[in-house]
Ligand binder design. Sequence first.
Ligand code: ADP
Length: 193
Amino acid sequence: MLNIVLFGPPGAGKGTQSAKLIEQFGLVHLSTGDIFRANIKGETELGKLAKSYIDQGKLVPDEVTIAMLESEVNKSDSPKGFIFDGFPRTQAQAQALDTFLSSKGTTISLMLALEVEEDELKKRLLLRGKDSGRADDQDPAIIQKRIDVYQAETMPVKTYYTQQGKYKGINGLGEIDEIFNALCQAIEEVTGK
Ligand code: ADP
């Protein structure tokens, strides 16, 4: 299996690139943000809980997020692999993912990290907020909070995969196709194609 963690701060372009990568490599896309938003829309219990955190720019608690992610993985019948988008976002999530995947006889192949500087992220998120209607993209204070949470809680995940020799940074500035090509190249280095 080819299991990729697509990593990067809010607004780095994970969603855009995931859509292209799943098509290219035949993978299943699991975006925790998308799953939470679908639950919010459907007014499920999980959605109500997630909304109370998301609206403040905080992370949804690990226990809830991990259980949800595992249940989504279990829904897929013999996939070629997964793109994990927005997960893991904490060290505890990364450890849980390793344990879970190894119980299924597989592992993370590669972490691809989209690198974009903070000023650019803020610009992109505010722009996205205008079109998407996402409340968390419309308030500069919430955007700042998410970037701060990323630095404090999510950056350790980079160290986690670096220690496993699986981290690969990709410049997230430039044309969408240019970035996509760089991602494909990094994947092909791992798959040996
Ligand atoms: P972005 O990358 O733009 O912040 P996402 O759609 O990935 O957007 O996530 C939106 C929100 O959903 C996050 O700010 C967070 O509150 C919650 N969330 C998403 N993934 C996770 C996760 N792995 N752990 C905890 N909370 C998460």
